[in-house]
Design a protein around this ligand. Structure first.
Ligand code: CMX
Ligand code: CO
Length: 144
């Protein structure tokens, strides 16, 4: 069951400049940052709020680390902006299978590693009304 908005992914050309915009404009601080080479991104997670199921909601600011990454390709076509939304679930495997059964393409056979040790998969934007949609199971069991 999808229980919350885990994060909104925002693509940018310059992560440090974008982090500074969110700090100076809204007062949001970086909760966590990492490089995910498999996804081809350098990212910063800004925690916006804790949620009733013990989880949290974040903004995920994404800068590509290589030209052939999905985010680099998207930025070249669209410029900076909202790249994807992510729903939180205790069971990414079960929810992905159930959604695939409804005819929506799930992009990975098995969930991959996401921010903070989470397990993630994606649904194809062309099957989701133009919205690239991610499913996330947090590494922290108290988040569910
Ligand atoms: N949102 C909405 N539509 C998108 C999109 C996005 N983020 N990315 C691509 N599309 C659309 C394109 O506009 C294009 O539509 P048209 O054919 O109408 O022009 C179509 O999907 C195909 O796009 P493409 O540019 O040819 O790109 P690919 O098919 O090579 O890749 C996708 C698209 C979704 C399979 C790829 O971006 C992907 O695998 N994404 C999942 C992984 C990811 O995004 N990782 C980065 C974030 C990591 C994280 O969150 O931790
Ligand atoms: Co994401």
């Amino acid at each position: 069951m999808l229980t919350r908005i885990d994060h909104i992914g925002i693509a940018c050309f310059d992560l440090d400049r974008t982090v500074e915009f969110y700090r100076a404009t809204y007062g949001f601080e970086v909760f966590h940052s990492e490089v995910n080479e498999e996804q081809g991104v350098r990212e910063a997670m800004l925690k916006i709020n804790d949620t009733g199921d013990g989880g949290a909601s974040y903004l995920q600011l994404l800068e590509p680390t290589r030209e052939d990454s999905t985010v680099a390709k998207w930025l070249a076509k669209n410029g900076e902006g909202v790249h994807h939304i992510a729903f939180g679930t205790a069971d990414v495997d079960g929810d992905a299978a159930a959604i695939a059964g409804k005819g929506v393409r799930v992009l990975y056979d098995e969930p991959r590693r996401g921010s903070m040790g989470s397990r993630i998969t994606f649904l194809h934007p062309k099957d989701c009304g133009g919205v690239l949609t991610e499913l996330v199971t947090s590494a922290d069991p108290s988040a569910h």
